[in-house]
Ligand binder design. Structure first.
Ligand code: NAD
Ligand code: USQ
Length: 390
């Protein structure tokens, strides 16, 4: 099985590249390393130092557990991307290579536009390149649970059966994304569904929840294999942020009331779910959606769990309800399912104190690298309409 991993230098992509390589797949990473540039421009850095991509790949190949190749390619550059598909001829393409921060996409017009062009044009290029070069390859695309928003009905897996004026159909589940970033994922899903219908491409759209956790089995094997772990207010995801905040005695930053509920997944399960999708491809012409998460939590509950785990380590923690920089419901219905992955044998890793302890320990070990000035949120997407400000 030849797999091309677009965005394989990132948090999910690197862990997945190692996991699929260890599972015996022939892995090529395609990444233009732009995330490392964005970090520099934003004045942020991951918790533990990252080896260069060359050092990473060399360290992995030296272990003799698999062989990974690397190609520096920007998916927005069509000719370069099509050239890589031509050279590699992958059976499966796993697409992680996008700008993935909601706050980044809401900084200003320029960042919103960069997110839109990078993600939407990159996705469209990949679909055209697949049509031209590898029309039988299986696309495994990273989408997001946030495409659905927080409707007052249960969230299905991609599609919903609707009866309207006496007629029935199975239609895409309504989308109500919460940022320009999340909107790009909706555009991607529409594009992918379209090309499966009209060109007969095949794709699995993984609607993934918020990822947490530091290590996978392989990232522990050598210092150069260590994964990215973001804790800043732009790229840090909520649970990882809370663990770092606990380690340095910063109050846990619960935005608003903290009743916002999201779906969550351990990075160890991300890599297993992608493997399941790759090993069980969609049929030619099929577009399917898997909700990729393990558990649902409100952010207030997560803060309590982190505080509890830290207290068990002898670390006192306070929880602070800070003014919410985002426009989002803070108390709402949230119920959904991940039956498609479970039907393929997925057994979720549940959140426990051990995982939280691992993340807090990573933060303690890298305490001197933690920059307190990038923790509190500064990007706001609240309305500026005066009548709504009261
Ligand atoms: P990340 O920022 O750590 O990694 C993304 C990688 O893609 C980076 O290495 C970056 O250099 C690369 N990239 C970006 N634009 C590119 C381009 N134009 N050409 C080539 N490479 C490019 O992000 P991540 O956390 O690993 O997320 C990966 C994917 O998973 C994203 O699509 C994201 O939307 C999705 N996802 C992530 C989470 C999460 O909590 N981290 C949750 C749900 C879905
Ligand atoms: N939140 C806090 N405090 C914080 C940070 C966040 O209360 O310090 C809250 C946010 O307001 C939000 C929730 O936690 O309600 C999740 O925020 P997040 O930053 O952890 O995640 P999000 O912005 O939704 O984005 C992340 C990834 C993105 C992925 C998405 C999955 O960055 O790539 O698509 O999770 S999902 O949320 O299911 O769409």
């Amino acid at each position: 099985m030849k797999v091309l991993i677009v965005g394989g230098d990132g948090y999910c992509g690197w862990a997945t590249a190692l996991h699929l390589s260890a599972a015996g797949m022939d892995v090529t990473i395609a990444d233009n390393l732009v995330r490392r540039e964005w970090d520099k421009a934003l004045g942020i850095a991951p918790l533990a130092p990252l080896a260069t991509i060359g050092e990473r790949v060399h360290a992995w190949n030296k272990l003799g557990k698999g062989e990974i190749a690397y190609r520096n390619v920007d998916v927005v550059d069509y000719d370069a991307l099509a050239g890589v598909l031509q050279d590699v001829k992958p059976d499966a393409i796993v697409h992680f290579g996008q700008q993935r921060s909601a706050p980044y996409s809401m900084i200003d017009r320029e960042h919103a536009m960069r997110t839109l062009v990078n993600n939407t044009a990159g996705n469209l290029n990949l679909l055209w390149a697949m049509r031209e070069v590898t029309p039988e390859a299986h696309l495994v695309k990273l989408g997001t649970m946030g495409e659905y928003g927080t409707p007052n009905i249960d969230i299905e897996e991609g599609f919903i059966d609707i009866e309207h004026k006496g007629r029935r159909d199975r239609l895409p589940f309504p989308k109500q994304p919460g940022s320009f970033y999340h909107l790009t994922k909706v555009h991607d899903s529409d594009q992918i569904f379209f090309v499966c219908r009209v060109w007969g491409l095949r794709a699995t759209d993984l609607h993934q929840g918020v990822v947490y956790g530091a290590h996978t089995e392989q990232t522990r094997l050598a210092p150069e294999l260590v994964n990215r772990f973001d804790y800043d207010h732009i790229y840090g995801t909520v649970l990882n942020r809370f663990c770092v905040q606990a380690a340095i005695g910063h109050p846990l930053t619960v935005y608003g009331l903290g009743g916002q509920t999201r779906s969550f997944i351990n990075i160890r399960d991300t890599v297993r779910c992608v493997e399941l999708a790759v090993n069980n491809p969609a049929e030619q012409g099929e577009y399917r959606v898997f909700n990729q998460f393990t558990e649902l939590f409100s952010v207030g509950d997560l803060a309590e769990k982190v505080a509890h785990a830290a207290q068990n380590m002898g670390i006192g923690v306070t929880i602070q309800n800070v003014s919410n920089p985002r426009s989002e419901k803070e108390m709402h219905h949230y119920s959904t399912d991940n039956a498609n992955l479970r039907s393929l044998g997925f057994e979720p890793t549940l959140l426990d104190d051990a995982v939280l302890r691992e993340c807090i320990e990573l933060a303690l070990a890298n305490r001197e690298r933690i920059d307190r000035s990038v923790i509190d949120p500064t990007v706001s997407w609240r309305p500026r309409v005066s009548s709504l400000l009261a």
